[in-house]
Design a protein around this ligand. Structure first.
Ligand code: SAH
Length: 335
C-alpha cells in the first residue's frame, strides 16, 4: 500500500482508485509515506525554504452572493470598506520592510472598485519595480483583467471552488456558473498572468468524487499556484450551520498536488491554520511551500470575515513567531 505514494511521485499521476485510497485510507503508514514523499519532492526542488506573501484585503464590497462566504452581498451584518490608495501603499511598504516581495491584493467582486485598484497597481509597480503583484478579485470583465495586467499585475488567484458543475450550483446563486469561472481562468492565462485555482475542502455536499474531479481538473489545467483550504462555516451565511471541512484531507491534498505538479506554488492556507493549531508548519511538512501573512490594516480585519475564527492578529506581528516555528522545523523563509 505504501507504494502508492512513490508510484504517484514517479508517474505524477495515478488512477482514480489510487487517488481515492490516498484521500481516504485510515492506514497511518500510508498517510505518513504520502506526506514524506511530498516533502522530499518539495525540498529537492526548492530546498528547505518557504515563500512569504503579504495579503492585503483591500475591499469587502462584493456584488456576488456565494452561499458560503461571509462577505456575500446579502450579509447586512458586515460593515463595508474599501482601503484608500494611501492605505494600500502603506500596507505594501510595511510588508516590503519585512522583506516580503509579493503583495497579494484580495477583495470582493467589485468591477468599478477594480478599475480604481488598477491605478493603485500602477503606483505599486512604480514604487516597487521588483515586487510581484498578485490579484485575487474574482470574476471581472475581460477588459478589466487586461487593464490590471497592463498596469503591472503578474499573478491572479481565482479558485474554481469545485470542479463539479452540479456541486458548484448548490454553493452559488443561479447566476453563477462553473463554465464562466473556467473561461475567466483561461483568459487570465492567455493574458500572461501566472494563474492559481483551487477549492474548499469539505464544503457542504462535497463528495470524494468531487475532490477527484478537482484533482483531475488541476492535473489538466496545470495552474502555477493552487489555494486549497477547509470550508469553515460563517454564522451569517446560509451555510453557517454546516460542519467545517477536514484538516487531514486538506493536508493529503497538498501532498497529492505536490507529487502531481512538483513545481506548483502551494500555500499552507490561513483556513487550515484556523482549524488546526500549527497548521502552517504541518502544511509545509506535507508539501506546501508558501505562507500568506495578513497585512490588512488592523481596524478593517474584523470586516473581512470570510469564515468564523479567522485570526485578526497576523502579518508583521506574527512574522517573528512564524520564522521561529519554521526554523524549529528546519526551514527558512524567502520571498
Ligand atoms: N472574491 C474573490 C476573492 C475573495 S474570496 C474570489 O471570489 O475569488 C477568497 C476565497 O475564500 C474564496 O475563493 C473561497 O474559496 C474562500 N472562502 C470563502 N468563504 C469561505 C468559507 N466559509 N470557508 C473557507 N473558505 C472560504
Amino acid at each position: 500500500m505504501d507504494k502508492l505514494a512513490s508510484e504517484l511521485r514517479e508517474r505524477r499521476t495515478l488512477d482514480d482508485e489510487g487517488l481515492r485510497t490516498l484521500l481516504e485510507s485510515e492506514d497511518a503508514s500510508l498517510v505518513e509515506s504520502l506526506h514524506r514523499n511530498a516533502r522530499e519532492v518539495a525540498v529537492e526542488r526548492f530546498g528547505k525554504q518557504v515563500w512569504l506573501r503579504a495579503l492585503i484585503e483591500w475591499s469587502n464590497v462584493c456584488r456576488l452572493d456565494c452561499l458560503y462566504c461571509g462577505i456575500r452581498k446579502s450579509n447586512r451584518e458586515v460593515p463595508r470598506y474599501t482601503l484608500s490608495r494611501e492605505e494600500i501603499l502603506s500596507a505594501c511598504a510595511s510588508a516590503w520592510k519585512e522583506g516580503i516581495r509579493t503583495f497579494v491584493l484580495q477583495g470582493g467582486e467589485n468591477p468599478s472598485g477594480a478599475l480604481f485598484l488598477a491605478d493603485v497597481v500602477a503606483d505599486i509597480r512604480a514604487s516597487w519595480p521588483e515586487a510581484a503583484i498578485t490579484l485575487s478579485l474574482g470574476e471581472l470583465p475581460f477588459t478589466t483583467y487586461a487593464l490590471l495586467r497592463r498596469r503591472g499585475g503578474d499573478r491572479y488567484l481565482l479558485r474554481h471552488e469545485t470542479a463539479s458543475a452540479a456541486h458548484y450550483a448548490r454553493l452559488h446563486p443561479s447566476d453563477m456558473r462553473l463554465d464562466s469561472r473556467m473561461e475567466c481562468l483561461q483568459e487570465l492565462r492567455r493574458l500572461g498572468f501566472q494563474t492559481g485555482m483551487g477549492m474548499m475542502v469539505g464544503s457542504p455536499w462535497q463528495t470524494s468524487q468531487d475532490l477527484l474531479a478537482d484533482l483531475r481538473l488541476m492535473e489538466r489545467f496545470r495552474p502555477e499556484m493552487a489555494g486549497i483550504g477547509p470550508f469553515i462555516p460563517q454564522h451569517s451565511t446560509p451555510l453557517g450551520s454546516f460542519p467545517a471541512g477536514s484538516a487531514d484531507v486538506t493536508l493529503r491534498l497538498y501532498s497529492i498536488l505536490r507529487l502531481m505538479l512538483p513545481a506548483i506554488f502551494l500555500p499552507a492556507t490561513t483556513a487550515l491554520s484556523t482549524l488546526l493549531p500549527g497548521g502552517r508548519v504541518q502544511g509545509i511538512l506535507a508539501g506546501a511551500n508558501v505562507i500568506m501573512l495578513n497585512f490588512t490594516p488592523r481596524a478593517y480585519r474584523p470586516a473581512y470575515s470570510l469564515y468564523e475564527g479567522k485570526p485578526e492578529t497576523d502579518g508583521a506581528e506574527a512574522l517573528r513567531e512564524l520564522r521561529k516555528e519554521l526554523s524549529e522545523a528546519g526551514y527558512k523563509t524567502t520571498s
